[in-house]
Ligand binder design. Structure first.
Ligand code: ADP
Length: 301
């Protein structure tokens, strides 16, 4: 098969592993920078151009689109969908998952366990907002943040009020969320492919920190999931419409709660912690599922 990896950097671990796994299984792998793609939209024969070349006969596309280029990257992926290439994750699902608030609303509607979460616009509602999530300690999260940036813990109601006021002053969009203290600074990353959790790891925040992101010095280890955690991760990925997803869970007193569903989960941490060849499993999933024009979004946007 001819498989394109949409990625800005071929040197990244995840990109390198996908190239390797694809080549090992006999595919032609090519890395394309989404920001260097341009598109013929109006034509009766839509096309994707790349540095003067029209890309044709592409069987599948693996989107590895960074959060900062979501808008353009999703447009490029949509164009690949229009020319019949199979997207590992659809453009619509990626856009959906990049919006934290929208994602939580979709998961809540499906009855998936979440931390109590509130969202409000007016400063007049701040005290009610704090009450809604059960009071301090609570977490305030910027909607645009990634890798734990913009996730702040407020230990008292007073601190929460000041923090919320300050964010409002900056006209930032943020969520207010119950602090899951019993998680003890650790979360669980479930790597979902299709209808299976193929690998899982526990990430533990370093001493004095509650955010377990590996980018913030968290450490990863093997974890055994409960059937409920496994089912929650698979349902969450499914509700977002993602074939491949990194579902982050916390172990709370009221069962597993989903923090986030990531549409471009990194391979380095999970392969390192579990010793599993996740890249190979992704390529095998593509082999089974990539058929021309196999995208639910075709013609619907
Ligand atoms: P990001 O997308 O920036 O990584 P997250 O919402 O995943 O933001 O939060 C980063 C980390 O902070 C999580 O991995 C988790 O360890 C911790 N965390 C986030 N929300 C909560 C919460 N409500 N209760 C306890 N810990 C949390």
């Amino acid at each position: 098969m001819r498989i394109i990896i949409l990625s800005r950097n071929r040197a990244l671990y995840s990109t390198r592993r996908l190239i390797e796994a694809g080549q090992q299984r006999g595919h032609t792998m090519r890395v394309i920078d989404p920001l260097r793609c341009y598109m013929d939209i109006a034509s009766h024969r839509p096309g994707v151009c790349y540095k003067g070349e029209t890309l044709e006969d592409i069987n599948a596309v693996i989107p590895r689109i960074g959060a900062s280029v979501t808008f353009y990257g999703a447009a490029v992926l949509r164009q690949f969908e229009m020319i019949g290439a199979y997207p590992l994750n659809e453009s619509v699902a990626i856009t959906r998952s990049r919006d934290k608030l929208r994602s939580l609303q979709i998961l809540a509607r499906a009855g998936i366990g979440l931390p109590l979460t509130g969202f409000a616009s007016s400063p007049d509602d701040t005290q009610d907002l704090i009450k809604l999530v059960g009071g301090a300690p609570l977490v305030v999260k910027l909607l645009e943040g990634t890798q734990g940036k913009g996730v702040v813990l407020a230990e008292t109601d007073k601190a929460a009020e000041s923090l919320i006021d300050a964010f409002r002053e900056l006209e930032a969009n943020f969520l207010v969320q119950e602090f899951i203290k019993e998680a003890g600074g650790s979360d669980i990353r479930c790597f979902v492919i299709g209808e299976r959790v193929v690998a899982a790891m526990r990430r533990q925040a370093r001493e004095g920190e509650f955010r377990s992101n590996l980018h913030r010095g968290g450490t990863a280890s093997l974890v055994k999931l409960t059937p409920e955690e496994r089912a929650t991760a698979i349902r969450a990925a499914g509700k977002m419409g993602l074939n491949v997803a990194g579902v982050d869970l916390l172990r709370s007193n009221h069962g597993p709660v989903v923090l986030e569903v990531n549409s471009s989960p990194g391979l380095e941490g999970i392969e390192g912690a579990t010793g599993k060849d996740v890249a190979n499993m992704i390529i095998q999933f593509i082999e089974k599922n990539a058929k021309p024009h196999r995208t639910a979004t075709r013609g619907k946007g």
